[in-house]
Design a protein around this ligand. Structure first.
Ligand code: NAP
Length: 458
């Protein structure tokens, strides 16, 4: 099965690449296995030198790589370049922090366990498979690869089938920077071929970022082989606005939270839950700003919203909006397909959703916001938590009691107060409920793919 770059702005197929044969996959797994052994014997300082060289390659090619990302998946060019820069920054962060994150930790009083000395140490697991999505073709991969390689693991990448050129760039990046051959390789395979790779004895663990069905399938296969899995799945994050908040600032940030990455971000604010006292003010401001966004060619610097990455993604979004419309919801703006080639969808705000509308439960992966009127803080919290997802959340309030109430009450992997959710290399990232399990980023993300070994000495 070939993989292909199909430009979502034009709908044209730009490049078709043949998938790897079974023999090629076998040879890449063998190479990764050998590299994992070699990496175990290297020092943090050596790996840091290579990681910094890899970051340098990204910085040197930021513009070209940015254009490649935009051509493959359609995000506005400034966001693509920022993604490259953010990835390079994370590589530098793990180059300088890994030794500290993975340092041996002695037990203060070893006599309590009858030892002269006792300590824990973090060791690499070996080859780790990463199954990754197209929405941040570079960042999603680097935020796994930088900590994993710095810990001494080797990586195999099964990237989304619609970003093969990004996958091939990543295939050689780490080797070009000096890492041993095979330390990080791409497998050009379909989702159906992932099971065989997870089952391989040389592959020790798997991480998947993507949809709930893909996560469920990969976790089941990993469980069958008793292998560690980390899942970063979808989200339908609440963005709550209360009367004590700066409503204008909240509305402006809500627009950015919803349309960043053309609305295709797992941590985008998707459900906007607004207290009755400020609902009308927020709704008017939010809908007006969503309607005013510049939709068009993402390679043009003035464009704020580009196309959806795939035709099927737009179809799914369109069906969610039509379901809401049929159920009696009010479309405040958008709800239309712009007259453009490619897979555009107008920035949309939908209010008055009945409980049985699909949008209440399902993730809208595109520039579609749903608006909910809350009677009071308790009602806002109820609406926020009435989802099967639990990735992140945002709450806008200047009342310290309310702030405490929402920080404690929101069922999510993160709470952002008076801001929008952003991933930072310094902060753990991940969800609960059907948004997955495990964490990425910070020290905890790096330790996910390490063996925490306890040492006891008489
Ligand atoms: P997807 O269909 O699940 O694809 C993600 C990756 O999984 C791709 O490489 C895909 O390969 C592969 N895949 C699909 N089905 C598989 C299966 N049954 N077994 C093994 N691998 C499989 O995800 P998407 O719809 O493209 O991406 C959007 C989703 O990702 C959204 O739900 C979004 O919220 C989520 N996401 C989550 C995070 C997070 O950190 N929590 C970040 C970004 C995105 P093919 O391309 O070959 O099908």
């Amino acid at each position: 099965m070939p993989v292909a770059t199909v430009n979502p702005t034009t709908g044209k197929t730009e490049m078709i690449i043949e998938s790897h044969s079974a023999a090629e996959v076998e040879s890449r797994i063998a190479e990764a296995d050998a590299a994992a052994l070699a990496l175990r014997a290297t020092t943090f300082a050596q790996r840091a030198e290579w990681m910094l060289a890899a970051a340098e390659i990204l910085d040197d090619q930021a513009l070209g790589l940015g254009e490649l990302i935009t051509v493959e998946m359609g995000k506005p060019i400034a966001q693509s370049v920022a993604e490259v820069e953010k990835s390079a920054k994370a590589m530098r962060y793990y180059a300088s922090h890994s030794e500290e994150f993975l340092a041996d930790a002695p037990l203060e009083d070893p006599s309590t366990v009858g030892a002269s000395q006792a300590w824990t140490r973090y060791e690499p697991l070996g080859v780790v498979l990463a199954v990754m999505p197209w929405n941040y073709p570079l960042w999603q991969v680097i935020r796994f690869a930088a900590p994993a390689l710095m810990a001494g693991n080797a990586g195999l990448l099964k990237h989304a089938s619609n970003v093969p050129q990004a996958a091939l760039f990543l295939d050689t990046l780490f080797e070009r920077a000096g890492f041993p051959k095979g330390s990080f390789r791409t497998l050009l395979i379909g989702g159906g071929d992932v099971a065989g790779v997870i089952a391989d004895d040389r592959v020790k663990a798997v991480t998947l970022t993507g949809s709930e069905p893909a996560g469920r399938s990969v976790a089941q296969i990993a469980a069958d082989h008793v292998k560690k899995a980390v899942l970063e799945l979808g989200g339908s994050d609440p963005f709550i606005v209360l009367p004590s908040a700066d409503v204008k600032a909240a509305a402006a940030t809500a627009v950015r939270a919803r349309i960043n990455n053309n609305g295709q971000s797992c941590i985008a604010g998707k459900r906007f839950i607004v207290h009755d006292a400020v609902y009308d003010e927020f709704a008017a401001e939010f809908a007006a700003q969503m309607a005013a966004l510049a939709v068009g060619d993402p390679l043009l610097p003035e464009t704020q919203v580009g196309p959806l990455a795939t035709e099927s993604g737009r179809q799914e979004l369109l069906e969610l909006v039509e379901d809401a419309r049929a159920a009696g919801a009010t479309i405040l703006t958008g709800g239309t397909v712009p007259d453009l080639p490619g897979w555009f969808y107008a920035p949309t705000v939908i209010a008055d959703l009945p409980d049985d509308a699909r949008l209440v439960q399902e993730e809208a992966f595109g520039p579609v916001a749903s608006l909910y009127r809350a009677r009071d803080a308790a009602d806002a919290l109820r609406i926020a938590n009435q989802t099967t997802f639990g990735l992140s959340s945002a709450v806008w309030t200047n009342d310290p009691d309310e702030e405490r109430y929402f920080i404690a009450g929101l069922d999510a992997g993160a709470v952002f107060v008076n801001g929008m959710t952003v991933s930072y290399q310094e902060l753990p990232f991940g969800g609960i409920k059907r948004s997955g399990f495990g964490r990425e980023l910070a020290a905890v993300g790096q330790r996910e793919f390490c063996n925490l070994k306890t040492v006891w000495k008489a």
